[in-house]
Design a protein around this ligand. Structure first.
Ligand SMILES: NC(=O)c1ccc[n+]([C@@H]2O[C@H](COP(=O)([O-])OP(=O)(O)OC[C@H]3O[C@@H](n4cnc5c(N)ncnc54)[C@H](O)[C@@H]3O)[C@@H](O)[C@H]2O)c1
Length: 339
C-alpha cells in the first residue's frame, strides 16, 4: 500500500516502523511542524509537507491520522471528504456526537475507515475473543488499565498549565487516563462482553492544578446482565502488574461456565513483550493458557488493513466500533458523581 501519515509525533514512529515491516511504502508525511514532517519522511525517501491540500492530492491507498485526540474529528473529516481510506488513531474523536457525524460521513463516502485499536490485531487478543465466548452466561468482569506515571510529571504539567492554560489543547494531556489509557480496554470490553445497558456509577480523580483525570472508576451494567467494574489510572507505581514492570492492564470476564482473562503489555514494546490470555472451564476444571508471542501489532494492523481493503473479513476496529467506545466514554463522564 502507498501510505500517507498526518501528524509526525510520538506514535507516528511506531506506525512507520509497522507499515515498513509489513512491506508497505510511506509516501508522504504532513505535520504543522515542518521539522517533524521532514525528520519522519526524509530517511525513508518520502515527501514532507505542511500543506494539507497538497498531502490530500497524493494518490494513496491509506491515510494514517496521528494528530492529537482533540484534532481527530477535524483532520479525519477532511481526509474522508478527500476520498481516502483512513486509519485514525484512537479515540475516534473526543465526543460521541463528533464520532457519529464522522461515522455518517464515512457511510456516505463509502471508503473504509479503521479506528486505531491495534490491540485487536494481536493473535493473543484474538484468542481471548474466542475464550470469552466459552464462559457461559456472563455475570461479572473487571477492566483494569493502570499505567505508571511519575508524580513529578503532574507538577510539571500543573505549572505549565498555570503559565499557559491554552497549552492544554496542544499536549497529549488534553485527555486524561480514562480516554488515553482506558479506551483500548473499553474497545476490547465492548468487543468481548457486548453492549453496555447503563453506567451505574462513575468517579474521576484529578491532581491539583490539572483538569485531566488521573484515575477513573465506573460500574457498568451490560446488556447481558453482567456487572463490570472499570478501574483505570496513571499512578507512580513502577513494579506492579503481571510482569511487575508497572503495566497493570487486565480484562477479566466471569460467567456461569468459566473465566477468561487477558493480560496486555506496554504498547510501545511490541518486540519484546507478549500479552497472555487464559481460560478456566468449570466443566473440565482445567485452565488453558495462550501466548501468541511478541507481535508488532502496528505491523499486524497494516497487514490486516491490506486484507480488509481487498474485502476480506478482519478483526480491525471500524468507525462503528470507534463510535461505540466514544459513546461509552461520554456516558461514563456523564454519570460521574463528582462532576
Ligand atoms: N495506539 C496507541 O496505543 C497509542 C499510543 C500513544 C498515542 N496514541 C494516539 O496517537 C495520537 C498522537 O499521539 P502522539 O503521542 O503521537 O502525539 P504527539 O503530540 O507526539 O504528535 C502529534 C503530532 O501531530 C502534529 N499536529 C498537530 N496538529 C496538526 C495538524 N492540524 N495537522 C498535522 N499535524 C498536526 C503535531 O505537530 C505533532 O507532531 C493521539 O491521538 C494518541 O491518543 C495511540
Amino acid at each position: 500500500m502507498r501510505i500517507g501519515i498526518i501528524g509526525a509525533g510520538n506514535i507516528a514512529r511506531l506506525h512507520v516502523q509497522g507499515l515498513e515491516r509489513s512491506g508497505h511504502e510511506l509516501v508522504v508525511v504532513s505535520d504543522t511542524d515542518a521539522g517533524r514532517a521532514e525528520a519522519l519522511a526524509r530517511p525513508r525517501g518520502a515527501r514532507a509537507t505542511c500543506d494539507v491540500d497538497e498531502f490530500l492530492a497524493e494518490r494513496l491507498d491509506l491515510v494514517t491520522v496521528t494528530v492529537p485526540n482533540i484534532l481527530h474529528h477535524q483532520v479525519a473529516t477532511r481526509v474522508v471528504n478527500a476520498g481516502h481510506a483512513v486509519l485514525c488513531e484512537k479515540p475516534m474523536t473526543r465526543s460521541a456526537a463528533d464520532s457519529l457525524a464522522l461515522l455518517d460521513l464515512v457511510r456516505r463516502v463509502g471508503k473504509p475507515f479503521f479506528t486505531g485499536y491495534m490491540k485487536r490485531s494481536h493473535p493473543t487478543v484474538q484468542k481471548f475473543v474466542d475464550y470469552a465466548k466459552r464462559i457461559g452466561t456472563p455475570r461479572s468482569g473487571l477492566m483494569r488499565a493502570f499505567h505508571p506515571f511519575p508524580l513529578k510529571e503532574w507538577d510539571r504539567i500543573a505549572s505549565e498549565l498555570a503559565r499557559d492554560p491554552a497549552a492544554l489543547r496542544t499536549t497529549v494531556y488534553n485527555d486524561g487516563a480514562f480516554v488515553n489509557s482506558g479506551s483500548h480496554m473499553l474497545d476490547l470490553l465492548l468487543l468481548t462482553a457486548g453492549p453496555v445497558r447503563r453506567v451505574l456509577a462513575s468517579r474521576f480523580q484529578r491532581r491539583p492544578g490539572c483538569v485531566t483525570d488521573t484515575m477513573a472508576h465506573a460500574l457498568l451494567e451490560m446488556a447481558s446482565g453482567a456487572t463490570i467494574t472499570v478501574e483505570c489510572g496513571w499512578s507512580p507505581l513502577t513494579g506492579v502488574g503481571r510482569r511487575e514492570d508497572g503495566w497493570d492492564e487486565v480484562l477479566e470476564l466471569r460467567g456461569d461456565a468459566g473465566q477468561a482473562r487477558l493480560f496486555t503489555t506496554w504498547w510501545d514494546r511490541p518486540d519484546h513483550e507478549a500479552p497472555v490470555a487464559d481460560l478456566w472451564l468449570q466443566s473440565t476444571t482445567t485452565r488453558e493458557s495462550f501466548n501468541g508471542g511478541s507481535v508488532d501489532y502496528f505491523a499486524k494492523q497494516y497487514e490486516l488493513i491490506e486484507l480488509a481493503l481487498r474485502g476480506e473479513p478482519t478483526p480491525l476496529a471500524t468507525a462503528e466500533d470507534g463510535y461505540r467506545v466514544d459513546q461509552l466514554i461520554d456516558n461514563v463522564f456523564a454519570a460521574a458523581c463528582d462532576e
